[in-house]
Ligand binder design. Structure first.
Ligand SMILES: *[C@@H]1O[C@H](CO)[C@@H](O)[C@H](O)[C@H]1NC(C)=O
Length: 367
């Protein structure tokens, strides 16, 4: 027995396993079971391009740190994007990406995520650290709201504005800040909320709570409902704001992985940015909380795990039916908008905005 203490197997196997087991027991991170139906048939899409990085181009490379969301000003031909360092930058849209100029526009002092440009030139910002902000065209920042009934927003994430001026936005988590967003996702508990804000009365209304990482928001083209994404559940839902179903929630679409922002393209389609497809690793994590706990321990004490794969853009029609899927094994997007023949993609993981020409490299029929 005593010889075991000095033997190689003890130091190489038994000791590390014992330490790891103890560590696992002592770690308070407590993931929940997820109400996600796995093993479901994958989302059927009639057309796809699974190698969309072929022919893709980088815009503003080196001048943009993690450009999360994109908002396009067609008159000025500039894209607004919020970066990791707190800057909302403006990037000119040119035929050649090499001609694109990047301008530091305004710094929120937080982490700007969702952006919506109003017709009057105001930018409404979901800032993960600051809350819901309005930035005037003169670059003055105003805090609109950062809490609801005493529970502060911790990860204000997606935003859109209806024609009547109502602002719809999400707080992905009231528990974890943006730097720990992965932990919220791994915890698998519904810490997210979906709100509206009326600029005339300055009143915030809670529309839905207990959401699993509430993310992107898009007001429907006909202003009848507002779509919001629940990243962890891999779905988008619609909240009716008009008509007989007003105030009720229905599923808008199932997704082949985790969504982030969603934007209407003005031409009958929504572009849903996909951070990752549902990979086998991720599916295991969904199934078994102890795997999520292991991932969380690694994330907390070692570093983030590169588990995203086959992210990109899912295009759906006005009814939420998929029409095209653009993805790539090595792509992870957090927003997508369409300008001309190109889809422009933002990503918290890249130092540039990516774009790909969907006329030149189209999604082809899958059957
Ligand atoms: C790039 O686009 C911007 C905005 O349209 C324009 O002002 C600028 O002149 C363009 N730059 C070049 C080099 O074409």
């Amino acid at each position: 027995m005593s010889r075991l203490w000095f033997s190689t197997p003890f130091f190489v196997i038994i000791l590390p396993v014992a330490v790891a087991a103890l560590f696992f027991r002592l770690e308070p991170f407590d993931p929940g079971f997820l109400p996600v139906q796995l093993g479901r048939s994958t989302v059927a899409v009639p057309a796809s391009n699974g190698h969309v990085r072929v022919g893709s181009e980088a815009m503003g490379e080196g001048h943009l740190e993690g450009p999360e969301d994109l908002a396009y000003d067609a008159a000025a031909r500039v894209v607004y994007t919020g970066c990791e360092d707190g800057w909302i930058k403006r990037v000119t849209v040119n035929d050649s990406v090499l001609d694109s100029a990047v301008e530091d526009w305004v710094n929120t002092g937080g982490r700007p995520l969702g952006l919506t440009l109003k017709p009057n030139g105001e930018l409404i910002v979901a800032d993960a650290e600051k809350g819901l902000l309005r930035v005037s065209s003169e670059r003055e920042i105003e805090l609109l709201v950062d809490e609801y009934e005493g529970l502060k927003f911790k990860l204000t994430d997606g935003v859109d504005v209806a024609d009547d001026g109502t602002i719809y936005f999400t707080d992905a988590s009231h528990k974890y800040p943006v730097k720990d967003a992965v932990l919220d996702i791994l915890e698998g508990k519904p810490n997210g909320r979906f709100f509206s804000y009326n600029p005339a009365t300055k009143k915030t209304t809670l529309l839905a709570k207990d959401l699993y990482f509430a993310n992107g928001v898009a007001v429907s083209a006909d202003q009848q409902f507002v779509v919001f994404c629940e990243s962890v559940l891999m779905i988008c839902e619609k909240y009716y704001v008009q008509g007989p179903k007003k105030g009720t929630i229905e599923k808008f679409c199932d997704l082949p992985g985790m969504p982030d922002n969603i934007h209407y393209d003005g031409q009958g389609h929504y572009l849903i940015a996909m951070v990752t497809a549902l990979t086998p690793e991720l599916e295991l994590a969904y199934r078994y909380p102890f795997i999520r706990k292991t991932f969380a321990i690694v994330t907390k004490y070692v570093g983030s795990l590169p588990i995203s794969k086959n992210g990109g853009v899912l295009v759906v029609d006005l009814e939420g039916k998929p029409t095209a899927h653009y993805y790539d094994p090595k792509l992870s997007l957090t927003s997508a908008i369409k300008i001309g023949n190109h889809i422009y993609g933002g990503s918290i993981f890249y130092p540039f905005v990516t774009r790909f020409d969907i006329e030149k490299y189209p999604a082809l029929p899958t059957v």
